[in-house]
Design a protein. Structure first.
Lengths: 322, 339, 313
C-alpha cells in the first residue's frame, strides 16, 4: 500500500519568454516507513518536486499536469485552507537552514506546543509534556530546562534537531526533508542523518530526502530517485542504483565523486553542463553529454520504463531485470 | 622533495570582538577575543598541494586571507620564496604578490557582475603591469579563455550569462593570468554540483602539472582533498592538529579528531554505520575549551588534556598535536575500506 | 575539454537595453508609459518654451498693462491672444507657465544632480572606509535629517541673502535654491549607497581586486560604484518630484524665485493672493501643471522601483 503517489507531475512557470516547465512528467511513489532519496544537481527539479507535494509552489508557478495522492486522496487540487490543514498534520517539512526555519522571537517550547496543540488538539500541559519528550527523542540534553530557551541559544546542529522535532511532533505520515544537512558541519551532518533514520524507523513515518549529496543518500535512504533536467531518470533501491547504475548520467555521477581511499590520476567527469529549464534539447536531455548516445536519443525522449522498484529512462536500457 | 616555496611559522590571528568601551563599562563583561588562528606552522614544497581541512570555526579561511594579505597576522611569519610577507598588505609588494593568486569559493560573488569577462580576466595583468598594452593583453585573455575550456568569444559576455562551473573557470583564468607560482584555493568546488566539481578538479590538476603550480587548497570535503593533495593539514579551532602526507592521513590517522572526521563523512559505499554517537559539535570559538580544544569530544581525554595544550610534535613526515598520541594511548585504526 | 556557450553575437548596449527585462516590463505597464509620455510632453514644453510661448513674460516691454487680469480665452471677456488669461501684471499665463515649468525643472534637475553627487560620494567613502570617517559622515547626515527640509532650505537662503549684496539677490536666487534643495536631499543617497557599499566591500570580487593591487580609490570607483548605482536611479526619480515641490513651496513662501522670474510656485503664490477676488485662473493652471509633473515623476519612480526589484520579478 503506497502512502503517496505522484503521477505525471508537471510544474510550469509562465514567464516572459514563454512557459517553462521546472519539472516534467514526474512519477514516484513511497510506502509508509520508507526513506526515498531524491538526488540531482541544483536546478534538476528535486526541491521543486518536494515543494509541489507539500503545496508550496509560489505563483505564478503552478501544477500544470498530473496528480498527487496522499493515502488515496488527491491533494494537488485542494483549496489553500484545506492544504494548510494537511501541511503540518499529515505532511511535515524540514528545510535546509535551521536558523530561518525557527521563529527567533518564540521559545523552542512555544513553537513545539503551538504545533502540537494546533494539529493534535491536546490541552496545554499535555502538549508541553509531549514537547519535552520530543526534545529528548531528538537528543537535546536536559530538555526540561531547554524547552524555554530561544533558537539563537542553540548551536546549528541542535537547531536542526529542534526542527526535526517540530516536523514530527504533529505525527505526520510523511516528511519532506529538503537538504537538511547541507548547512551543517560534516561531523554534525552524520548525527542528524542518523537521527532522521532512527526516528523514521521508530515512528513509521515516510521521508522524502532531497539532497545533492550522494553520500547522505547512501547512508540514509532505502530507495533513490535520480533527477536530471526536470525529470526522473532512474529509480531503484539505494544498493542497486549506487552499485549498478543503469542510466549513463547516474553512472557518470557515481564515477565522478571523489572517494577516500582511491586516488585516480584523472577523476572521471561528465562533459558539459545540465541544460537550463528553458534550453532543454529535444529528445533525451542528457544526450548531448552522454558518452553512449545513439541517434534515437536526440530525437525521442525516453520514458521511465521498468517496474515499481526499478526503472530507468534510457533508450539503451530497455530490458530491466525484475 | 623540492625546495619549499612557502613557509609559515607561528602564525596567529586574533579578532577583538569586545563590545565598545562604554557598553563594557555600563554593562560589565570583559574583553572578548577569538583566536581564529592560534599558532600554525607548515611548509609547502614547490609544485605540490597542501590542503587544509576542518569544520566551521577552524580558521582555514582566515589562514588563506592571512597569506594573501587581506588581513594582517597578530604574530608569526609568512615567508614566500625567501620574502617575508607578514605585515604587508594585499598586493604589496607587487613584485612578490604577482606570483601569488587566489581562487574563491563563491562563483557568483567572485566576479564583478558589471564587468565583462575579458576585463575581469585582464585586471591582474593590467594592475601588475605584466601586459601594459591593451591589445596584447586582450590576446592573452583570449588565450587564457581557451586554456580553461571556454571560448575567446566569451570575453564579451557578462558573468551572469555563465553557470557556476564556467564562472570558476573564469576565476581560474584570472588567477593564472600573471603566471603565478602559488595559488590559494578557498573551497573552489564547494558551491558546485558534483558533476561540475570533477571537471574543475581535473582542470586544476592539469594546470598544476603544466604550469608547475603550488596549491594551498582549503576544503571541508575530505574526499575532494584526498584526490588533489600531497599533504593534508587538519585544523580544529585555530590549531593544526595533524599534518601528514595524504596517503598516510587516510590510511592511518593519528589524531582523534581526524579519526572522527573520517568516521563521520557520509560514505557512498553505504557503510550504514551507527553515527549517532554523542560526538558533540564544534564549540563556540570565543570560549574554547581549556588545554586541548578537542578534549570535550575526545574519547581519550585525560586530566593533562584538559589543562595543558599539546605541542605540535613531529614523527617522520607526520606532525600531530595530541597528548594521547605522545603517550602512546591511541590504538591503531583499522584501515578504511577502499571505495 | 571545452565547455562552450552558444555561438555569440555581441549586441550593442542599446540592443541589450531594448531586449532587457526592464524594457519588456515598461512596454507592459500602463502607468509607466502614460507617465513617461506626460513627462516627455512637459520636458519638451519646457525645453522649447521660447518657441512655444506667445510672449516672453520676463520682458516688461512686452506687457500691456491694459490687458491685465483677463480670463482664459474661452470665457466671456477673454482674449484669444492670451490663451489661459493674464495675471495682474498682464503676463500671459500660458507663457508664464511654460517659462515657469522650465525654471522648476532646471532647479529640480540641478538640485537632484547636486544631491546625488554629494550623497553618492559621501556614501561611498563612508561605506568603504568605515571607522571614524563613516561615523562622522553619518552623524552629519543624522543631524541634517532631523531638520525639516524647508527649514534647511530657508536657512541656506537666509545665509545667502545675508552674504550677497541686495542687487545680486534676484540673479543668485536660482543658484541659492539649487544649493538649498540639493544640500537637504543628499542624505538618502548617502545612506543607500553606504549600505550597498558595505555589502559589496565584503564580496570576493573586491578581495580579488585587492589581491591584484588595485588601489582603494580604484576599487571604489571602478568596482563598487557601478554595483551600487541601481537604487540611486529610483531615488533620483522620486527625488525629482520632491525637489520640484520643495522649490514650489519655497517660492510660495516668498524665498524662492522672485516675482520677476516666476517659477510655478511663484505663480501659485501670486495667484493665491487674488484667488478670492475671482481671478481663479492664475492659481489653478500652474497648480494643475505642477501636480501633473510631480505625479508623473512619482508614478514613473514607483514603477522603476518595482521593475528593478529582483525579488518581485
Amino acid at each position: 500500500m503506497t502512502l503517496l503517489t505522484v503521477e505525471n507531475l508537471t510544474v510550469a512557470f509562465p514567464g516572459r519568454h514563454g512557459t517553462v516547465n521546472a519539472i516534467e512528467d514526474v512519477s514516484l511513489s513511497i510506502s509508509p516507513g520508507e526513506i526515498l532519496g531524491m538526488v540531482g544537481e541544483s536546478g534538476a527539479g528535486k526541491s521543486m518536486t518536494g515543494a509541489a507535494i507539500i503545496g508550496l509552489i509560489e505563483p505564478p508557478g503552478r501544477i500544470a499536469a498530473g496528480e498527487i495522492r496522499l493515502e488515496g486522496q488527491r491533494i494537488d487540487t485542494l483549496r489553500p485552507d484545506e492544504m494548510r490543514r494537511i501541511r503540518g498534520r499529515r505532511i511535515g517539512a524540514i528545510f535546509q537552514d535551521p536558523l530561518t526555519s525557527l521563529n527567533p522571537v518564540l521559545t523552542v517550547g512555544e513553537q513545539l506546543i503551538e504545533t502540537i496543540q494546533t494539529h493534535l488538539k491536546l490541552p496545554k500541559d499535555e502538549a508541553r509534556a509531549r514537547a519535552i519528550d520530543w526534545l529528548r527523542r531528538v537528543g537535546i540534553p536536559a530538555p526540561e530546562a531547554r524547552i524555554d530557551t530561544y533558537p539563537h541559544q542553540y548551536s546549528g546542529g541542535m537547531r536542526q534537531r529542534v526542527v526535526i522535532a517540530l516536523a514530527l511532533c504533529a505525527e505526520p505520515c510523511l516528511v519532506i526533508a529538503d537538504e537538511p544537512t547541507t548547512a551543517l558541519d560534516v561531523s554534525v551532518q552524520a548525527q542528524i542523518i542518523a537521527l532522521l533514520r532512527k526516528l523514521a524507523r521508530e515512528t513509521g513515518v515516510a521521508v522524502i530526502l532531497v539532497t545533492h549529496d550522494m553520500g547522505v543518500i547512501a547512508e540514509t535512504a532505502d530507495r533513490v530517485a535520480v533527477m536530471y533536467a526536470g525529470r526522473i531518470v532512474e529509480v531503484g533501491s539505494v544498493t542497486e542504483v549506487l552499485t549498478a547504475p543503469r542510466h549513463p548520467y547516474t553512472r557518470g555521477l557515481m564515477a565522478s565523486i571523489p572517494r577516500i581511499g582511491a586516488r585516480p590520476d584523472v577523476l572521471p567527469q561528465i562533459e558539459g553542463a545540465m541544460p537550463r529549464p528553458h534550453a532543454r534539447p529535444a529528445g533525451c536531455a542528457f544526450a548531448p553529454r552522454c558518452p553512449a548516445r545513439i541517434d534515437i536519443c536526440s530525437q525521442t525522449r525516453p520514458d521511465l520504463t521498468g517496474h515499481a522498484t526499478r526503472s530507468v529512462a534510457c533508450h539503451l536500457s530497455k530490458e530491466v531485470p525484475a | 622533495m623540492s625546495d619549499p616555496i612557502l613557509t609559515v611559522t607561528g602564525l596567529k590571528k586574533t579578532f577583538d570582538l569586545s563590545q565598545p568601551f562604554l557598553t563594557r563599562l555600563t554593562q560589565g563583561g570583559g574583553r572578548k577575543y577569538v583566536h581564529a588562528v592560534d599558532g600554525v606552522d607548515f611548509t609547502i614544497p614547490r609544485g605540490t598541494t597542501l590542503s587544509l581541512v576542518g569544520e566551521s570555526g577552524c580558521g582555514k579561511s582566515t589562514v588563506a586571507k592571512l597569506l594573501m594579505g587581506l588581513t594582517q597576522p597578530s604574530a608569526g611569519s609568512i615567508r614566500f620564496d625567501g620574502h617575508e610577507l607578514a605585515g604587508t598588505r594585499a598586493g604589496q609588494p607587487p613584485a612578490v604578490r604577482r606570483r601569488m593568486q587566489m581562487i574563491f569559493q563563491d562563483p557568483y560573488a567572485s566576479l564583478n557582475p558589471r564587468w565583462r569577462v575579458a576585463r575581469i580576466i585582464g585586471e591582474p595583468m593590467k594592475s601588475f603591469g605584466t601586459h601594459p598594452d591593451p591589445v596584447a593583453r586582450r590576446r592573452e585573455v583570449d588565450r587564457l579563455l581557451e586554456f580553461v575550456g571556454l571560448s575567446a568569444a566569451d570575453g564579451e559576455k557578462f558573468p551572469h550569462e555563465f553557470s557556476g562551473g564556467q564562472r570558476q573557470r573564469i576565476s581560474i583564468a584570472r588567477a593564472i593570468s600573471t603566471k603565478p607560482e602559488f595559488l590559494v584555493c578557498d573551497e573552489p568546488t564547494s558551491a558546485l554540483d558534483v558533476s561540475v566539481q570533477a571537471q574543475i578538479l581535473n582542470l586544476m590538476r592539469e594546470l598544476q602539472r603544466e604550469l608547475g603550480l603550488t596549491y594551498l587548497f582549503i576544503s571541508h570535503d575530505l574526499a575532494v582533498v584526498n584526490y588533489i593533495s600531497d599533504q593534508i593539514g587538519v585544523m580544529y579551532l585555530g590549531r593544526l592538529v595533524e599534518l601528514a602526507p595524504a596517503d598516510r592521513i587516510f590510511a592511518a590517522p593519528q589524531h582523534p579528531y581526524t579519526r572522527l572526521l573520517l568516521d563521520t563523512v557520509p560514505d557512498i559505499t553505504m557503510a550504514h554505520r551507527d553515527m549517532d554517537r554523542p560526538a558533540g559539535e564544534v564549540p563556540n570559538p570565543i570560549t574554547p575549551p581549556s588545554g586541548c580544544h578537542f578534549h570535550p569530544r575526545c574519547p581519550l581525554a585525560n586530566d593533562r588534556c584538559r589543562s595543558e595544550a599539546p605541542a605540535f610534535r613531529t614523527r617522520g613526515d607526520s606532525h600531530v598535536r595530541c597528548h594521547a598520541v605522545e603517550e602512546g594511548r591511541t590504538d591503531p585504526m583499522p584501515l578504511r575500506k577502499a571505495g | 575539454m571545452t565547455d562552450t556557450t552558444q555561438p555569440n553575437t555581441t549586441p550593442s548596449a542599446l540592443a541589450r537595453l531594448w531586449n532587457s527585462d526592464l524594457a519588456w516590463n515598461f512596454r507592459r505597464s500602463w502607468t509607466a508609459r502614460i507617465s513617461s509620455l506626460l513627462i516627455l510632453i512637459l520636458f519638451a514644453a519646457a525645453l522649447f518654451a521660447p518657441l512655444l510661448a506667445t510672449q516672453n513674460p520676463y520682458d516688461i516691454s512686452q506687457l500691456f498693462l491694459l490687458d491685465s487680469e483677463l480670463p482664459p480665452a474661452w470665457i466671456e471677456g477673454g482674449d484669444p491672444r492670451y490663451l489661459l488669461g493674464t495675471d495682474e501684471q498682464a503676463r500671459d499665463l500660458y507663457s508664464s507657465i511654460l517659462y515657469g515649468l522650465r525654471l522648476s525643472l532646471i532647479v529640480g534637475f540641478a538640485s537632484v544632480a547636486l544631491a546625488a553627487v554629494v550623497g553618492i560620494s559621501l556614501g561611498l567613502i563612508g561605506g568603504f572606509l568605515g571607522g571614524m570617517v563613516d561615523g562622522a559622515i553619518m552623524r552629519v547626515a543624522d543631524i541634517l535629517l532631523s531638520f525639516p527640509a524647508i527649514l534647511v532650505a530657508l536657512l541656506v537662503n537666509g545665509i545667502a541673502r545675508g552674504v550677497l549684496p541686495p542687487e545680486r539677490h534676484a540673479d543668485a536666487a536660482i543658484w541659492v535654491l539649487i544649493l538649498a534643495i540639493g544640500l537637504t536631499n543628499w542624505v538618502q543617497y548617502a545612506r543607500t549607497v553606504r549600505g550597498s557599499t558595505m555589502v559589496e566591500r565584503q564580496k570576493e570580487y573586491v578581495q580579488a581586486a585587492r589581491i591584484n593591487g588595485v588601489s582603494g580609490m580604484g576599487i571604489m570607483m571602478h568596482h563598487i560604484l557601478p554595483n551600487v548605482l541601481g537604487p540611486v536611479l529610483v531615488i533620483a526619480t522620486i527625488n525629482l518630484g520632491m525637489a520640484v515641490l520643495t522649490e514650489a513651496s519655497l517660492s510660495f513662501l516668498g524665498v524662492g524665485m522672485p516675482a520677476t522670474q516666476p517659477s510655478l510656485g511663484t505663480l501659485i503664490r501670486i495667484g493665491n493672493e487674488y484667488l478670492f477676488s475671482g481671478i481663479w485662473w492664475v492659481v489653478i493652471f500652474p497648480s494643475v501643471v505642477l501636480v501633473a509633473l510631480v505625479l508623473a515623476v512619482n508614478l514613473l519612480g514607483d514603477w522603476l522601483r518595482d521593475a528593478l526589484n529582483p525579488k518581485l520579478r
